[in-house]
Design a protein around this ligand. Sequence first.
Ligand SMILES: [Zn+2]
Length: 303
Amino acid sequence: MKFLWLRGTSILVSASALVLAGCGADGPVVWPISGATDGDFPLSSTFGPRVRTDDDVYDFHRGIDMAVPEGTDISSIAAGRVSEIQENTSAGGMLVKIDHGGYFSTYVHCSEVDVDVGDSVDAGEVIAQSGKASNGFAHLHFEIRKPGDNKADCVHPLDVLPYADKGAPTLEIGKVDMTNPLEPKVTITVRIPAGELDLRRVSVATFEADAGKILEDLVPLSQRDYDIEAWNRTYTSSESDVVIDDPNNEGILVRPQKYNNTMPSYEIDFTFTGLVGTVTSGLLRVRAVAEDARGNVISVESQ
Ligand SMILES: [Zn+2]
């Protein structure tokens, strides 16, 4: 555990190496395009909330996208057995799924598949050629499902894929709307560096305390979490994406910046309602927290 205190803005960073990346249960794990083990990859979209670049529509993305020319080799990320092949997916192209014993990896929009159901594959073994989605975008859509094989089992692929950990995302507390001081609305902004699109959770807590008082020892008046994996488990149903694809679900408004693989960072605003405020507006203090897939935590407090 490593702590960094910056006076004035009260930023707490803890880096805990809870996840040992790059080592699957059955051996090494590599990236499906580059075969890299250090995250040398150009993601054009990450796991969780996003605004699609082609039609400006908000949706919840259950995988990561890698923009590559059609016909690029796609490798199995780890040893396993081919459990499913779909010839024509509604999203465009073919799908291959590998069962790694404990989790599944899925490769979508393939133009060609080079293995059969039941085949054993090794980490880095070529299993398919990349293709394009039905909207024409040439890329690999990659998912990890764990422990089961349903859409609700999708977890952040960066829980499994190896990459160099560069620390926590940056976090700012923006507007605190005190129109009704008993029900404040708090907007926070998270920026995740392009080489590490691994945001997993944000939360906001409210406190009644004098300016400058350490919040650590106080019981919050209220706290709300947006845990991206838990959100998927809770709100994904096999029948419909209506609930999870609402950017204002459960009183948490999610506004992602449009993102592509040429941008230095991915920015998302979250506006939390349903918080408990104070009768005396001057005593409201706010703490915001963001956590990434490696367990890095950043905590910011309003003064
Ligand atoms: Zn995708």
